[in-house]
Design a protein around this ligand. Structure first.
Ligand code: ZN
Length: 273
């Protein structure tokens, strides 16, 4: 207990000291330990797992292994920093065909909806989405957003479990504008850029995100409810598409072919889902 109190005082003290600087959010992140980020993610994961109505997890060993193998390829990128600290990352499939989305919580917890797995048309396209979520974790985007919205003391309380009601206040608006899983446009650009960089060292076409964007654009108008969560947590616009196109153009990567898209392999997987 004494140690916990000391820790809170230390955090408070550091916040006061750094609050004089310009970029307070980065300063908060400097003092928010990466180990706490894993602890926070673990707690949030148990909240998510307990909500089986909203997040029913798909129990399908073949599907889990298929998605996990793609994750492992991305995570072998030399640009990944927190693989060990985040316990090797976790990936779960939320069994809801009515939602096209994926999301990440602090500490390397990634969730992908079965609706997204059925929506994408190649292994490279799915890899691009997963790499984008990994980038949100690696760049600590959720922690940054939570710090901004709730302050570091609430984050500390969540980790310490000292205030159970603290969870209630954030659980209610996880996916809403400004909530912890909402990503700013700036974070989206960054996650797209890192997704591209991670994929560059894999066998997948690094620009595959463009297929996802285009398919979303062409279908979201006719099925708004399916895309509602995706578009609220991952703001998408013409500039974002243009930014990925620019990355493709400037990085001189091999053209997309079946050898780097793996669409027929994916069609076989999808047929069994
Ligand atoms: Zn995103």
């Amino acid at each position: 207990m004494k140690q916990k109190v000391l820790y809170i005082i230390m955090l408070w003290f550091t916040v006061v000291l750094t609050a004089c600087d310009g970029d307070t959010v980065s300063d908060y992140l400097d003092i928010y330990p990466i180990s706490d980020e894993l602890a926070l993610g673990m707690q949030l994961d148990s909240q998510i797992m307990a909500n089986t109505q909203e997040y029913p997890i798909l129990q399908n060993a073949t599907a889990n292994a298929y998605v996990r193998a793609i994750m492992d390829e991305i995570l072998s990128s030399p640009k990944i920093k927190y693989l060990t600290q985040f316990n090797g990352y976790s990936i779960k499939i939320v069994n809801r065909d009515d939602i096209v989305n994926a999301f990440a919580t602090p500490g390397g917890f990634i969730y992908v909806y079965s609706g997204l797995l059925k929506f994408v048309e190649s292994k490279a396209e799915l890899a691009a989405v997963l790499a984008h979520e990994i980038a949100h974790c690696e760049r600590r985007h959720s922690t940054k957003a939570m710090t901004k919205q709730y302050g570091i003391s609430l984050l500390t309380q969540l980790v310490l479990g000292s205030d159970p009601s603290a969870w209630e206040s954030i659980a209610a608006n996880l996916f809403t504008n400004g909530g912890m899983l909402y990503n700013s446009r700036e974070n989206e650009y960054e996650a797209d850029e890192y997704s591209f960089k991670y994929l560059q060292s894999t066998k997948y076409y690094a620009g595959a995100m463009i297929y996802f964007f285009n398919r979303c654009s062409s279908q979201s108008a006719s099925k708004p409810s399916v895309f509602e969560q995706l578009l609220s947590t991952h703001p998408q616009d013409a500039d974002r598409i243009a930014a990925v196109e620019k990355l493709i153009k400037n990085n001189n990567i091999a053209a997309p072919t079946e050898a780097n898209l793996f669409s027929s392999d994916y069609a076989t997987f999808k047929a069994k889902l």
